[in-house]
Ligand binder design. Sequence first.
Ligand SMILES: Cc1cc2nc3c(=O)[nH]c(=O)nc-3n(C[C@H](O)[C@H](O)[C@H](O)COP(=O)(O)OP(=O)(O)OC[C@H]3O[C@@H](n4cnc5c(N)ncnc54)[C@H](O)[C@@H]3O)c2cc1C
Length: 396
Amino acid sequence: MDFEYSDAEQAFRKEFRDWLASSLPADLCLDDPADDRVASDRETFERRRQWQKAMHAAGWVGITWPPEYGGRGSGLIERVIWDEEYQAARAPVLPGQMGLSLVGPTIIHWGTDEQKRRHLPAILAADEVWCQGFSEPGAGSDLASLRTRAVDRGDHFVVNGQKVWTSGAQYAHWIILLVRTDLDAPKHRGISCLLVDIKTPGVSVRPLVLMTGHHHFNEVFFSDVVVPKANLLGPVNQGWKVSTTTLMHERHSSGARNPIGQVTALIALARRLPRGAGTAWDDPRVRQRLAQLVIECETLKYTRLRSLTRQLRGEPPGPEGSVLKLTGSELGVRISDAAGELLGVHALLNEGTETVPDAPRWFNRVLAARQYTIAAGTSEIQRNIIGERVLGLPKD
Ligand SMILES: Cc1cc2nc3c(=O)[nH]c(=O)nc-3n(C[C@H](O)[C@H](O)[C@H](O)COP(=O)(O)OP(=O)(O)OC[C@H]3O[C@@H](n4cnc5c(N)ncnc54)[C@H](O)[C@@H]3O)c2cc1C
């Protein structure tokens, strides 16, 4: 593993850092952007969309996308540098993130020329914001059990059914949808993938609100929705393979963030939180716990670097790839547990106080961290994957 950056990579870092310093509006910055991935209101969403447009105009969106599709065509290292600098600047998650990380790469892999021409430039420019319509009330971990139905009517499909937990659907223009097209085939072989304009008559989006009060995801209902055949992504009944491309990108991007910034903020909090005659930091058990979290962030960092090294060598994903999502999200929960215990009742305040000026970030973290061990595949499912595919253990 080579820890040194080349001159060109360092120049790339400096150029992006300088550009962010001069271009990122301060009022868009957040203490913890990961906990606010979907804008809390339309005005914030629109301001973030303008921000993505500004980034795109300056060539900072779609870093690893091929140039023929409007991307920068840079390598993985530049992508990692991009992530590090973007996080360090506390910039908001781009509103088109779902399109940039999941839908765009899936269209690049499976799309027709017309689909690529139609959607890829619009995804980069935030003219099209996408959401992901995979999960259903009876199909989450066991996604292949999905029942939303698409009936072939010659030049179009008619879709009926329901999706759930659809993040950001309230702002999305398009939804990438898994539907059942063959009722008689084995369940993995009767699924197709459709690209659906969310404004099509018969699509309705209903909010689901988190216990933080944040409207993050939605139920999406389909009632006799007409979808042209031209919007089929990949071959009919091959949607499972298409979704595998999307999920591979999703799991990869879910493990991308390192929570060291949260632990650093927790240390700062412990240093000022009154406890007895001093602060929480005076308690060796608190320091021990925080030190343990720092160690776990470091191990996560090196696991990620090992995974990156493999990718750069063109080798297939190894065990470290499989453990990244699991350990990253579980560590997120341990950090949130430590924050909750440190803060006590202060964790329930959603407004800054003299004692805890950054109370909202901890309120959100403590109440919302559990979602990361569910989204993009639960921890139990990740453990099954590691057990069966990495360690080769028997299935039952
Ligand atoms: C924040 C967030 C955002 C999301 N955004 C989207 C989105 O935009 N689009 C979308 O399509 N979906 C989205 N989801 C849904 C997500 O993909 C599902 O919640 C997830 O796949 C789990 O499915 P489920 O909720 O139906 O739980 P279930 O699959 O019903 O699981 C319930 C419990 O049983 C356990 N379990 C299930 N099967 C097994 C097994 N074989 N072995 C051991 N344990 C098992 C699970 O681990 C879990 O603890 C989102 C979820 C979250 C939390």
